[in-house]
Design a protein around this ligand. Structure first.
Ligand code: NAD
Ligand code: GLY
Length: 365
């Protein structure tokens, strides 16, 4: 087992990474204060892992809360189901909410924990690659609004993150690829040598090689923990974690939540960020193509939806959380392995990026 730490003073917490950790009560016990535990999961993950985790937490009174599955349910209505269950079962302020599932469950259960009786303890048990390398770490919790992704939420750190790499064996390949988009992101924004490692191991990762997965998760969580430790509430460097997300969130919102997976939208959005960085003269065409090829080898879409117009992109991007004083800040690359957050770019370059011929770019690779 590997243990990393998110260093946030009194609110610091461990990230445990390893195979079979779901069965180890001694990892969770130090992070549970009361006798009541609510495990929030969904209709897909609960049949796979809820019983096992409930047994591991057998020393507590466990309340299962099983939600409908999917990004389209990441909303007020579903959040209310968590509060209904907690109140009906008389859960008090010493209850611990455990999120068992992917990023949708983690974000919703975390937001519920932040709100329930003004805040109760919270543990993340992420079961998708995307949630293991990104969403379970760092305390961003949220639900979607019809007008924008993750627009209603809170910063609320978990007490611990427990990553059982064995849970990835049941994950559909498309979801594994979606997680790889966020893994590749860390290489692009802050760890150029990691890109080389990924180029060597992307096939092993897609074949669920245990050692390769553990290394990719460890390196991704270490990068995320360092960024969150430096800038918990995103007043600076944390925004670089959103490479590709401004374009990607626009795709998710336009297409309808859940039609494109979050990681897929981030992949196509990252291609757009690479294209814009190249158009600004900050990275070379070879750099852009290297990033696109890696996304492609990870099984990800690298062309934005062809029926989505620049005007539609602009409409959705105007409500991005990185808009400040009406100016849209974008995460772009100074070079591979170094990201910058900036609103200092010619509007024409953004427009040209939105209108670029991505199928032609990919065809010349
Ligand atoms: P998800 O939670 O929808 O999970 C993907 C699918 O896999 C779901 O159908 C789920 O039920 C299923 N699943 C989960 N674990 C499984 C397993 N082990 N075996 C079989 N099936 C399994 O999607 P996701 O990609 O994990 O998360 C995406 C969400 O995360 C988005 O809502 C995004 O906004 C959010 N996110 C949040 C942050 C953050 O910092 N909080 C960061 C990145 C993404
Ligand atoms: N996924 C972006 C962040 O946690 O800041």
């Amino acid at each position: 087992m590997q243990t990393l730490k998110v260093d946030l003073g009194e609110r610091s917490y461990p990230i445990y990474i390893g195979e079979g950790l779901l069965d180890q009560p001694e990892l969770l016990a130090p992070h549970i204060a009361g006798r009541q535990v609510a495990i929030v999961s969904n209709e897909t993950v609960a049949p796979l892992y809820l019983e096992r985790l409930s047994q591991t937490l057998g020393a507590y009174k466990v309340l299962p809360v099983v939600l409908p599955d999917g990004e389209s349910h990441k909303n007020w209505e579903t959040l209310q189901l968590i509060f209904d269950a907690l109140l009906t079962a008389r859960h008090d302020r010493r209850t611990t909410v455990v999120a068992l599932g992917g990023g949708v469950i983690g974000d919703m259960a975390g937001f519920a924990a932040a709100c329930y009786q003004r805040g109760v303890d919270f543990i993340q048990v992420p079961t998708t690659l995307l949630s293991q390398v990104d969403s379970s770490v760092g305390g961003k919790t949220a639900i979607n609004h019809p007008l924008g992704k993750n627009m209603v939420g809170a910063f609320y750190q978990p007490n611990a993150v427990l990553i059982d790499t064995a849970s990835l064996r049941t994950l559909p390949p498309r979801e594994l690829s979606a997680g790889l988009a966020e893994v590749i992101k860390y290489g692009l924004i802050c760890d150029e040598p990691f890109l080389g490692w990924l180029e060597d191991h992307v096939d092993a990762l897609r074949n669920l090689d245990g050692a390769a997965l553990t290394e990719a998760i460890r390196r991704s969580c270490a990068a995320k923990a360092a960024v969150v430790g430096a800038d918990e509430r995103e007043s600076g460097v944390r925004a670089t974690l959103n490479l590709g997300h401004t374009f990607g969130h626009a795709i998710e919102t336009q297409m309808g939540y859940g039609v494109w997976l979050h990681g897929e939208a981030v992949a196509a959005g990252t291609v757009m960020a690479l294209e814009m960085s190249m158009r600004l003269g900050w990275i070379s065409q070879q750099d852009r193509d290297r990033g696109i090829r890696l996304m492609q080898r990870a099984g990800l879409p690298v062309v934005p939806p062809q029926d989505m117009t620049p005007a539609q992109f602009m409409q959705h991007m105007s409500v991005d959380k990185k808009v400040l004083d009406g100016r849209l800040r974008l995460v772009l690359l100074n070079k591979l392995g170094e990201a910058v957050v900036t609103d200092d770019y010619p509007q024409q370059i953004l427009q040209d990026t939105l209108a670029a011929d991505y199928p032609a770019i990919v065809a010349q690779l």
